[in-house]
Design a protein around this ligand. Sequence first.
Ligand SMILES: [Zn+2]
Length: 185
Amino acid sequence: MKTKIFSSASIIIFIVSLVYFLLPNEWKILYTQLFSSKERKKIILPVKSVNIDDIEDTYGAERPGGRKHEGLDIFAPYFSPVISASDGILLYTGRDVLGGNVIKILGNDKRIYYYAHLSKYIDFKTEDKIKLGQTIGYIGNTGNAISTPPHLHFEIMEIKWLLPLITKSINPYNELIDSNSFKQD
Ligand SMILES: [Zn+2]
C-alpha cells in the first residue's frame, strides 16, 4: 500500500517536471519571478525625444483582420533610442510576425512590457536585469509596420492566468500622462 502511494506521487512529480520542461522559456522565467515582491513605480515614456502630447491614444482602434490595437504607437525618427518604461527583467528578445524585432520585459510590477517594430535591440540575455530608463533598442518599422513611418508599438499586459499563460493588454495612456517626464542629461 505504502509503495503504491509512493509510486503515484513519483508519477505526479514526473508529469509536473515534464510539463515544466516543455514550457516556453519565457513562462518559466515568469513563474520563478512571480514569487518575488511586487513593486509599483510610475512608468516613463519609453522614447525620450517624444512628448506625451505628441502621442495619440489609439488603444482599441480597429486594425486589419478584425484585430484591435492593443497598445500605443510612439512615432519618432529611425534609430531614436527606446528606453525601458519600468524596472524589470528580460523575458524575450527576438522576431515575431506582427511585431518584427521585439523585446519583452517583466516589470517589477509583474506586468509584461512589450516593445515592437524595433530596428535593432540591445543584445541582452534572458533574465538580465533592466533598469527604468535604460536603452533597450532603437526605433524602426519592422514586422507589419514595414509600410508605416518608424514608430514604437508599446504595450503593457497584465497576467490574468498562469497555466496556460493568459495575458490581457491595458491602455497605458493615462499612466504615461501621469508619469513624470523622465529627462536624462
Ligand atoms: Zn501599434
